[in-house]
Design a protein. Structure first.
Length: 483
């Protein structure tokens, strides 16, 4: 892939293009998480309360499946980038599609608005997510010690959006109605698009190259495959093979199959060198650990959304905050801790723990965080103090900062040159599997079984994290020069 000359301007020592990508990701996440934190309530609240009246388990399953489908669409976003538009244009056009999707949710009532809006948001978010992180990776030369710190600051932008989105949409939903909350998400994405276009020059031409252009003779075959896939989806829905109650497990299965196919392509492509192929193999255990981590973490939007609504006391100084503010509680910890982690990784440089070890710490920390919910079962009814849950979410944040920014950075470093964006899409597929699984696991949660649910989930996750820790030296040896 042809690399443009690196920009000479910097932002606190980091490439100036970081500000552009920081901003667009902030606003995209503002819109995404702002919508996601009220989506479950919109689906299971009664019609008299402004919702659609679905069952609670169906609603959480749909939320988990939708999150998984967002990450599944990163495969398409990566393919469009690698074969048609390049990373930079795909980010821009993906943001436009996201904005249109939020407008559909805001303006079209009922399940038709939900269906159209979520499909568009999923497709657009796939284009943004698969390419913004990869585009950031191109701003750094190989071996640049600023890379981990830059990705951590980029992650700060993600969490600023994730913090602010639920605050505003939650207030609007509780005071004016769900559709006003969805409209705020559309406005947020519009802000992101404006700043991205205005600052486009900061990227200094990075991401404009299409690394593996699609040959004209391949277009009919691609169109035929797209048509066949669309027909298959329509038939699955029309015949009842896929419906709302089975959406999460079906999505998990599809994501798993697509991930296996992507690994097969990367491991057999003649455009992937032997060294790159070895690095792809090193990515497999990191992929699995990442999927497990996110199957717990994304329960903020499934199990913990219900927990917030039915178990938590949100009364603060005589005022009751919206239950959807659970979505802002964890990001505030990330915002506070991100600069510390960025400085830490930059200071440690080559002395930092290896990526596989860091992944193990993140998985173990996530399991420990779930165990912290077990003592809260002593509280009856809707009496769990919100501040106490917010303290537990600090453990979520520390685990996330140990694993996610490092995962983004190492994915760009392990990626074959011809499949950079699609390798990032593969990373997001692991997040997608975990997100869809959060919807599957939500079916097993109930107030009467909280000890078993949080206890078993936490213990199993810690055990897997310990296994990853002991496998770390072997994984590091396969990474071939990538720390």
């Amino acid at each position: 892939m042809t690399r443009a000359c690196p920009p000479t301007r910097t932002f606190f020592g980091y490439p100036i293009g970081l500000t552009n990508l920081f901003g667009v990701e902030l606003w995209e996440r503002f819109s995404f998480y702002g919508m996601l934190t009220i989506l479950g309530y919109y689906l299971y609240y009664s019609i008299t309360d402004g919702g659609l009246g679905l069952s609670q388990s169906t609603a959480t399953g749909v939320v988990g499946a939708y999150g998984g489908l967002v990450y599944l669409s990163t495969v398409l976003g990566g393919w469009v980038s690698d074969r048609l538009l390049g990373m930079e244009r795909t980010v821009c056009y993906g943001g436009v599609v996201v904005m249109i999707g939020h407008l559909a949710l805001a303006l079209i009532p009922g399940l038709p608005g939900v269906g159209l809006g979520l499909v568009l948001i999923a497709l657009g978010s796939g284009g943004v997510k698969a390419n913004a992180s990869s585009l950031l990776g191109t701003l750094y030369p190989p071996g640049d010690p600023r890379t981990a710190g830059g990705f951590t600051l980029f992650y700060l932008g993600i969490n600023l959006g994730a913090f602010l989105g639920p605050l505003l949409t939650g207030l609007l939903q509780s005071r004016a109605g769900f559709h006003y909350g969805f409209a705020a998400a559309a406005v947020g994405m519009a802000c992101g698009l404006v700043q991205y276009v205005v600052q486009r020059a900061n990227l200094a031409g990075h991401g404009r190259t299409v690394p593996n252009p699609l040959a004209h003779r391949s277009i009919p075959r691609i169109l035929a495959a797209a048509g066949a896939l669309t027909l298959l989806i329509v038939l699955a829905v029309a015949t009842g093979a896929v419906h709302l109650d089975t959406l999460s497990p079906v999505t998990t299965g599809v994501l798993t199959l697509v991930s296996a196919a992507c690994f097969a392509i990367l491991l057999t492509s003649p455009e992937v060198s032997p060294l790159e192929r070895t690095r792809v193999r090193a990515f497999v255990p990191l992929f699995l650990a990442n999927a497990l981590f996110w199957s717990l973490f994304q329960q903020i939007f499934t199990v913990l959304t219900v927990y917030s609504d039915q178990r938590m006391n949100w009364t603060l100084f005589g005022w009751t905050a919206p239950a959807s503010w659970i979505g802002s509680a964890e990001p505030i910890w990330v915002i506070a801790l991100s600069p510390i982690f960025a400085a830490l990784w930059t200071r440690l440089a080559e002395r930092a723990p290896t990526t596989p070890h860091t992944f193990a710490y993140g998985v173990i920390g996530m399991g420990a965080a779930f165990l912290l919910f077990v003592p809260l079962t002593a509280f009856e009814g809707k009496t769990v103090p919100a501040w106490l849950v917010c303290l537990i979410l600090a453990a979520f944040a520390i685990s996330e900062l140990l694993l996610s920014p490092i995962g983004l950075a190492v994915t760009t470093q392990l990626a074959p040159a011809a499949y950079r964006a699609q390798m990032m899409a593969l990373y997001f597929l692991s997040v997608g599997i975990g997100t869809a699984m959060s919807g599957v696991l939500a079916h097993y949660y109930s107030r009467d079984h909280e000890i078993a649910y949080f206890g078993l989930t936490g213990i199993i996750t810690i055990a897997v994290g310990i296994v990853v820790y002991f496998l770390a030296p072997r994984v590091s040896s396969l990474m071939k020069g990538v720390h």
